[in-house]
Design a protein around this ligand. Structure first.
Ligand code: FMN
Length: 680
């Protein structure tokens, strides 16, 4: 399964990938993207917050608690506006980057904002864990603190915005003073961006009305300075052509097959095999196999693989056109931070085209806030007026921009009637356009049967909306590789530079790293498992089944019941790995049972996995009483919730207990880790 991105508003919606604390893919809406600027004092990172504020003359902090980048992106946008409209000196701070023992010394002359997302069962993001430990158990009196909070969450989850709420109430209990109202954004409703803008407007009202700040027309104040280096050609060995990390440019003293590999430095993995899994003319799902045999990078069954994207040729060309950058593409420049709390987000010297292709998120939807901030650089007064009018009116923006699925280049060229926006400083784009982040995919192989081979299963995202084609970044890249590798006669929807910077990706390679997951089979193979993975949610379930097959084959282990529920449209179109399941059944025998719900086999009656679960109520209840573990993978907003309700109802009916008690039992399974989800 995958989570790529058509990324944006629906992104996490399909894309593949991910998950459990992780990935998101929306078709229009924003996936984990961030501006990637972090704090340091005089170039040296300091964990002392008060010292950092003083040394850098800051009077405002915007903290973010973020897993997949949305809160971080909002923090960066809020900081820009606080600085350009209110002249505030803002520190953008990752909650993990500071110690909190002197937090009470942050004076009442400092405005403190928290933008915090919620995960799991109402848990903090990884980078916020220590901060919550501090406010829960260590903080005593924070009466000099002045704060405001915006929570990011999804109302389809039970513990909606639990972390935002908690910061808000706990700081109040600790005596801190809220200077602007608490706000919440809801991904489940698809209103996150607008919720954020509404909260931000209310914050600005409070700044003006209660704290007597004056609001000015936004004037871009760069944090970085770009200097072109005319004498440096793009093939100079010190120049980045878009290599995914510094080590791949300089290669100095680095064994590039040894880790650590993480979000800052990937392994360039060979893709040994790709295959189209659907038998459909208009939909596509790619199976791809990554070879880790030449590296010390390893995974375990249930983990996620992060794939580092680059943008499609068509989108790169259109972006270049929108900003009139045709003569600049191969020009080399370097960046200097103008503020010591700012870190340059990628290695320089670099070329313009490398930044556009490898570092900027150019194919996602454009936000109203971005439009409003770029208006100052419009090519003429008429365009500026129109841009401000549309960006200032939620309904008009929805009608003219959002509902047309415009990305940045589409929207700007539409607003200017095709005139390039040549006045936009490239520094502004680097600071304001979200940065490309890797997309996460649930691994569909087993580390027991293929120790150095990672399989993924990715539905290719491509949707036509009027004249607009919205394509997922990574899934279409994989499809392009599949077509080329298999010399298929299919035509890719969009094309990519498959050779990569300095041919680093030639012969079908991509940068990757592994993210450990908590989505794991029980340690005792004899424990029964109930696997529910419709669509590409089948990916980790295939890994689990292969694991059990390997246990049985290699060690003749006693393997407990594996009851698998899968769903797709119909048998001849999108039935993933159709030929493999009978092979697994041969090895596992009666301990393996497989139920498929075909949603379109009978036009009069759609069948989903929930119905298949109900048909096996008795068996499921019995397995649960025998200690079975439940695993759910796929769409978080509807499927995962419906499946959970169905299972609660099964327990309530089979055990003759109330519905509420059925829910409580499922919740207790979650706490015991017997109910695990890998949803996006
Ligand atoms: N939102 C909630 O309100 N409560 C939750 O329990 C919750 N759990 C989540 C679990 C997963 C695996 C994912 C992908 C999202 C979850 N969300 C939940 C929604 C996120 O908080 C929301 O998408 C947010 O915008 C993510 O922000 P970030 O990109 O900064 O990490």
């Amino acid at each position: 399964m995958a989570l790529d991105t058509l990324d944006f508003t629906v992104m996490i919606a399909i894309a593949v990938a991910m998950i459990a604390y992780f990935a998101k893919n929306k078709i229009f809406g924003g996936d984990g993207t961030s501006a990637g600027f972090t704090a340091s004092v005089g170039g040296e990172t300091s964990r002392n917050l008060v010292e950092t504020l003083q040394k850098n003359g800051k009077n405002t902090i915007v903290f973010f608690g973020s897993q997949t980048g949305t809160a971080e992106d909002y923090a960066s946008k809020l900081a820009k506006e606080l600085s350009s409209k209110f002249n505030l000196k803002v520190l953008i701070a990752d909650l993990a980057d500071y110690d909190y023992e002197n937090f009470a010394d942050v004076g009442d002359d400092i405005l403190v904002f928290f933008l915090a997302a919620t995960y799991g069962e109402g848990e903090p993001t990884d980078n916020a864990v220590d901060f919550f430990e501090f406010i829960d158990n260590e903080a005593d009196n924070l009466s000099s603190l002045r704060y405001s909070v915006f929570g990011l969450g999804n109302s389809t989850y039970e513990f909606y915005n639990a972390m935002g709420k908690k910061i808000n109430t706990r700081l109040e209990e600790l005596g801190a003073e809220r200077f602007a109202e608490y706000g919440e954004g809801d991904d489940g409703n698809g209103t996150m961006d607008e919720d954020f803008l509404a909260w931000k407007d209310s914050v600005f009202e409070s700044l003006k009305n209660n704290l007597n700040f004056e609001e000015h027309e936004a004037v871009y104040q760069p944090n970085i300075e770009l200097t072109e280096i005319e004498e440096m050609p793009l093939d100079d060995p010190h120049v980045s052509n878009g290599e995914p990390s510094k080590a791949y440019v300089t290669k100095a003293n680095t064994d590039l097959t040894r880790g650590p590999f993480d979000h800052s430095h990937p392994y360039i993995s060979k893709i040994t095999h790709t295959k189209e899994l659907f038998e459909s003319k208009d939909r596509s799902c790619v199976h791809a196999e990554f070879d880790l045999s030449n590296t010390n990078l390893r995974y375990s069954t249930g983990d996620h693989i992060a794939i580092w994207p680059s943008n499609a040729n068509e989108n790169v060309d259109y972006f270049i056109k929108a900003f009139g950058l045709e003569n600049k593409v191969d020009v080399v420049f370097e960046l200097k931070a103008l503020d010591t709390t700012i870190t340059i987000p990628f290695y320089t010297p670099i070329t313009y085209s490398a930044v556009i292709r490898h570092h900027l998120e150019i194919s996602g939807s454009i936000s109203r806030q971005f439009l409003s901030s770029i208006a100052q650089f419009a090519p003429d007064e008429e365009t500026k007026k129109r841009t401000l009018e549309i960006s200032g009116d939620k309904a008009l923006f929805a009608e003219k921009i959002h509902d047309n699925y415009f990305n940045i280049a589409n929207a700007l060229l539409y607003l200017s009637n095709g005139q390039p926006w040549s006045n936009v400083p490239f520094e502004f784009l680097i600071e304001s356009v979200p940065h490309l982040q890797s997309r996460y995919y649930s691994i569909s192989s087993s580390s027991l049967s293929e120790k150095t081979n990672v399989h993924i299963t990715a539905v290719v995202e491509a949707e036509k909306h009027g004249d607009q084609l919205v394509t997922g970044v990574v899934t279409n890249l994989l499809k392009d590789i599949e077509i080329n590798q298999n010399k298929s006669s299919e035509k890719p929807i969009v094309t990519y530079d498959l050779n990569g910077p300095r041919k680093l990706f030639s012969n079908y390679k991509l940068p990757v790293h592994i993210r450990r997951s908590t989505f794991k089979l029980p340690s005792n193979p004899n424990t029964p498992v109930i696997l529910i993975g419709p669509g590409t949610g089948i990916a980790p379930m295939r890994g689990f089944v292969r694991e059990r097959v390997a246990l049985k084959k290699n060690n003749d282990a006693k393997v407990g019941k594996t009851l698998l529920f899968y769903g797709c449209r119909n048998e001849n179109e999108d039935f993933l790995y159709k030929n493999e399941w009978p092979e697994y059944a041969k090895v596992l025998g009666e301990s393996f049972e497989f139920e498929v719900a075909f949603s379109r086999a009978n036009p009069a009656k759609k069948v989903y996995v929930q119905q298949k679960l109900l048909e096996r109520s008795q068996q499921i209840n019995k397995l649960l009483e025998d200690g079975a573990y439940i695993y759910v993978c796929g769409d978080a907003s509807k499927m995962a919730r419906d499946v959970q309700n169905t299972l609660s109802n099964i327990i309530s009916a089979e055990r003759s207990v109330s519905e509420e008690r059925g829910h409580e039992i499922i919740r207790s399974y979650k706490v015991q880790n017997r109910y695990q989800e890998d949803v996006w």
